[in-house]
Design a protein around this ligand. Sequence first.
Ligand code: B1M
Length: 211
Amino acid sequence: MADLQGIAENVIKGNAPEVERLVREAIDEGVSAADILNEGLVAGMNVVGDKFKKNEFYVPEVLIAARAMKAGMALLRPLLAETEVKPVAKFVIGTVKGDLHDIGKNLVVMMMEGAGFQVIDLGIDVPPEKFVESIKAESPELVGMSALLTTTMISMKETIEALNRAGVRDKVKVMIGGAPVTQDYAEEIGADGYAPDAASAVDKAKELLGL
Ligand code: B1M
């Protein structure tokens, strides 16, 4: 019998080959892609997020768990496309202009994917115009910006100003994060929310979107 709990447990352990085997087995037994995703992969990543918040897991464990989740997702993605399982919401994220740090941003991407968001990752050193273009092209509900340098935090403000000028600011919620970023800074530049870590980013995203 399909072992969805086993999938979750092996995501938490970061055992990618076992996740892959169990996901394949569940697909062969006719379990729906949505159930495998929600009760297996997402359930596992939720636990990983909780442990990360409580400092029971550190960055390497989260990266290894996310790799295991991705191994399962690779098998599910074509089935999810066929069955039109809707993502929770669309999320565009990038590390802002002038900033090349992406380890934290990538963790946010993984946790958001693990929570069922469709993520469009614009990468690093993303200029304001590219955020604007992506909002126009992809119509995401949420936009995320990451910055690790005190000197690049200003790019977050400039990006929000660019969204205003382009008339797209009202179409999205904006969430910011990164080591030097604070809730006060989010309020100062007119972002909708701030999250201190990747697991909290999922909670904040859901809160901002009323999910
Ligand atoms: Co850089 N660097 N770095 N660096 N680097 C820091 C950030 C620094 C604090 C080191 C120091 O001096 N002690 C310092 C910044 C000082 C400051 O501005 N206050 C610094 C500097 C100065 C620089 C350079 C200028 C160095 C130089 O060239 N002279 C240069 C700048 C390059 C540039 O960006 N233009 C530079 C370069 C680099 C490397 C390329 C070598 C490398 C980056 C590699 C990469 O990312 N691919 C690097 C690294 C690795 C670091 C440190 C060591 C580690 C950063 C990291 O990945 N942390 C860092 C010192 C340190 O932190 N110990 C440092 C782990 C990561 C998981 O945490 O990114 O905070 P973090 O992400 C967290 C949260 O912040 C949050 O969730 C994540 C997971 O919990 N979060 C979000 C992040 N984004 C979020 C978005 C959200 C929500 C939450 O919503 C959208």
